[in-house]
Write a protein that binds this ligand. Structure first.
Ligand code: AR6
Length: 176
C-alpha cells in the first residue's frame, strides 16, 4: 500500500529491513549501547559487518527518542539511522518518545540529503509497544513533519509479518 502526501510517498511492505536495496537509509530499532542485540538490531549488525559496531561505539549511549547516524558498511544502504525506542510503559511518556524517534530520524535524514528511508516498527518487538498504537504514533509524527521535508521523497515501513503489515495498512488507510 502507498499514499502520496505533499509529494512524499509513504508505503508499507512486508519484508526484512536489511534487504532494502535502492534506499539511501534504513533505520535501526537500536539499544542504548548501539550494539547488536536481537531483533532488528541483531539483523542489521549481522548484515552490516563488524565495522558498524566499531563506528557506533563512540556515539553510545543514546537516550529514548534519540537518533544517531552512521554509514551502512556492508548493507546496500549508504546510511543507518539508529533510534532508541521507549520500552512500552517504562520509558514515559512512551508515545512522545516513540514520536521523537521518527521526528529525529527524519530530521537527521534531511540534514544528510537523504531521499529515501525505510523504517521498521520501532519498539514493537522486545520493547513491547502494541503494534496498532505504535503505527498511529509513527504515522502522526511523520505526517506532521511532511510539509517541512525537502530532500526526503519516499518513506517506507518494512513490517516483519503479515499481521504487522495489515495493521499498518489499516491505520494508514484510516488516517485520511
Ligand atoms: N526486518 C524488519 N522488521 C523486523 C526484523 C527485520 N529483520 N526483525 C524483527 N522485526 P525489535 P524493539 C520486527 O525487538 O522492540 C533489540 O534486541 C519485529 O517483529 O527488533 O525496538 C535491541 O538490541 C518488531 O515488530 O525492536 C533492543 O534492545 C519490530 O521489528 C531492543 O531489541 C521491532 O522489534 C529493541 O526493541
Amino acid at each position: 500500500m502507498e499514499k502520496v502526501i505533499h509529494g512524499v510517498k509513504i508505503e508499507c511492505v512486508q519484508g526484512d529491513i536489511t534487504k532494502q536495496e535502492g534506499f539511501d537509509a534504513i533505520v535501526n530499532a537500536a539499544n542504548a549501547q548501539l550494539m547488536p542485540g536481537g531483533g532488528v538490531a541483531g539483523a542489521i549488525h549481522r548484515a552490516a559487518g563488524p565495522g558498524l559496531a566499531e563506528e557506533c561505539r563512540p556515539l553510545a549511549p543514546i537516550k529514548p527518542g534519540q537518533a544517531v547516524i552512521t554509514g551502512g558498511h556492508n548493507l546496500p544502504n549508504r546510511y543507518v539511522i539508529h533510534c532508541l525506542g521507549p520500552v512500552y510503559g517504562v520509558d514515559q511518556p512512551s508515545d512522545k518518545l516513540l514520536a521523537d524517534c521518527y521526528r529525529n530520524a527524519l530530521k537527521l535524514a534531511e540534514q544528510h540529503g537523504i531521499t529515501s528511508i525505510a523504517f521498521p516498527a520501532i519498539s514493537t518487538g522486545i520493547f513491547g509497544y502494541p503494534m496498532e498504537e505504535a503505527a498511529r504514533v509513527a504515522f502522526e509524527a511523520i505526517f506532521e513533519l511532511i510539509p517541512s521535508l525537502k530532500s526526503i521523497k519516499v518513506i517506507r515501513f518494512v513490517l516483519w509479518d503479515r499481521k504487522a503489515l495489515e495493521i499498518h495498512e489499516r491505520v494508514l488507510g484510516n488516517m485520511f
